[in-house]
Design a protein around this ligand. Structure first.
Ligand SMILES: *[C@@H]1O[C@H](CO)[C@@H](O)[C@H](O)[C@H]1NC(C)=O
Ligand SMILES: *[C@@H]1O[C@H](CO)[C@@H](O)[C@H](O)[C@H]1NC(C)=O
Ligand SMILES: *[C@@H]1O[C@H](CO)[C@@H](O)[C@H](O)[C@H]1NC(C)=O
Ligand SMILES: *[C@@H]1O[C@H](CO)[C@@H](O)[C@H](O)[C@H]1NC(C)=O
Ligand SMILES: *[C@@H]1O[C@H](CO)[C@@H](O)[C@H](O)[C@H]1NC(C)=O
Ligand SMILES: *[C@@H]1O[C@H](CO)[C@@H](O)[C@H](O)[C@H]1NC(C)=O
Length: 336
């Protein structure tokens, strides 16, 4: 069975060269917090459009009626695309990308983004979710460059302003500084505590500095990710966030997990060049390979279980690296 997962991934990666519009979800089902709170179906059953320009994408994803928007080719954006409720955005084939500006999910719900490259998003994040819920971000590739320093680009996938019920699965995050922030405001405990149910699984994180992810106030589950060359800090649970970290492999990661509330300078502190201080977070940690690196886990939390099933897609440690490298990113979905 474990071998057949690998075989299946390999098959999928070969077949995608003929892009088309139906995704076979037997190999990569939706698993995680996005399944709760009524579930996440995106534009299922709605209209379908194929877009080949940035402006057409902006128009196609607006409005709340169910809709599936296929992205074909390499689109240059002149502004962010603001995504309405009940929307699926799906890249066609292995080469669908948008660049310059990313996707804005604001006061929206029920959104799926799959098989898309989003790179060099300036001013804002590649994907930002604010005041939103039920989002599945799957099999995408996110990147920028590191030569411009840690504050030139913002995040790749940032989930803030109390957004909730999110799954981030099988994405390839690379060549960037501040990767994925959950909970943007350390002062927002009164309004945001109890939100941010979020799952990160089977993502490939490479050549990054921090926030893989950084979590505030969250109820998070981080499993079966593969981390490579993370220069400053990996998973950072702070401001009371609770996280389960299980079945992940870290290779050449400076500090895989911290629950210490100090926000290090490489994570852009805003009051002191030596770093800012927040309350610590919590982490429950099991079955990981830290590659010999040291964690700073100051508090073990009481989050030990999640309500959704995930053991059917859970890989043992020795398969995490090969399966994630083969299965994460664009061009991996079997498009029938
Ligand atoms: C995708 O891009 C690669 C590299 O440029 C190219 O070799 C390949 O033919 C493209 N595939 C499709 C389906 O466009
Ligand atoms: C869209 O979703 C948001 C967030 O859940 C909700 O506040 C809003 O009422 C929805 N809009 C429509 C038209 O259903
Ligand atoms: C659109 O999504 C909202 C939740 O955001 C849901 O309540 C509504 O039923 C959806 N509309 C349709 C037509 O599916
Ligand atoms: C470890 O990662 C750093 C970047 O954080 C990189 O410069 C270095 O080459 C990597 N070392 C190895 C052995 O891959
Ligand atoms: C780990 O956390 C403790 C606080 O509990 C702090 O004193 C220490 O400096 C931290 N270590 C590192 C390496 O950040
Ligand atoms: C878990 O721990 C947090 C922090 O101490 C606490 O606020 C919360 O009530 C606890 N939850 C349960 C279910 O015990």
């Amino acid at each position: 069975m474990r071998i057949s997962i690998l075989g299946g991934l390999f098959f999928a990666s070969l077949v995608v060269s003929a892009p088309s519009k139906t995704i076979d979800d037997t190999l990569f089902p939706q698993v995680g917090w996005s399944q709760e709170n009524g579930g996440t179906t995106g534009g299922k059953g709605g209209t379908t459009t194929t877009v080949t320009t940035g402006d057409a994408l902006v128009t196609a994803v607006a409005g709340h009626a169910p809709k599936i928007v296929y992205v074909k080719g390499e689109l240059v954006m002149s502004k962010r695309a603001k995504v309405g409720n009940n929307t699926s955005i799906l890249g066609l084939g292995p080469n669908a990308t948008i660049e310059g500006f990313g996707l804005q999910i604001d006061h929206a719900s029920n959104i799926i983004v799959r098989n898309l490259g989003i790179h060099h998003a300036i001013d804002t994040d590649a994907i930002s979710a604010t005041y939103s819920n039920n989002i599945w971000i799957d099999h995408n590739e996110f990147w920028s460059e590191r030569s411009r320093g840690f504050d030139y680009y913002d995040g790749l996938v940032d989930v803030t302003k109390g957004s909730d019920f999110v799954t981030v699965s099988w994405n390839y995050f690379h060549t960037h500084w501040k990767t994925s922030l959950v909970g943007g405001d350390p002062e927002a405990a009164a309004t945001e505590s109890g939100k941010y149910h979020i799952t990160y699984h089977h993502n490939y994180w490479r050549d990054l500095s921090t926030r893989t992810p950084a979590l505030r106030f969250s109820t998070a589950h981080v499993f079966n990710n593969y981390y490579q060359d993370i220069s400053a800090q990996g998973i950072h649970s702070r401001s009371g966030a609770q996280v389960i970290v299980e079945g992940n492999v870290f290779q050449n990661v400076t500090e895989p997990i911290s629950t210490y509330g100090k926000v290090i300078p490489a994570d852009s502190p805003n009051t002191s060049p030596d770093g800012d201080y927040e309350p610590d977070g919590y982490a429950n940690v099991r079955e990981n390979d830290f590659g010999g690196a040291k964690n700073n886990i100051t508090q073990v939390g009481n989050l030990t279980t999640v309500p959704y099933k995930y053991r059917h897609i859970y890989q043992p440690l020795q398969l995490v690296k090969p399966v994630v490298i083969l299965g994460a990113g664009r061009g991996r979905l079997l498009q029938l």
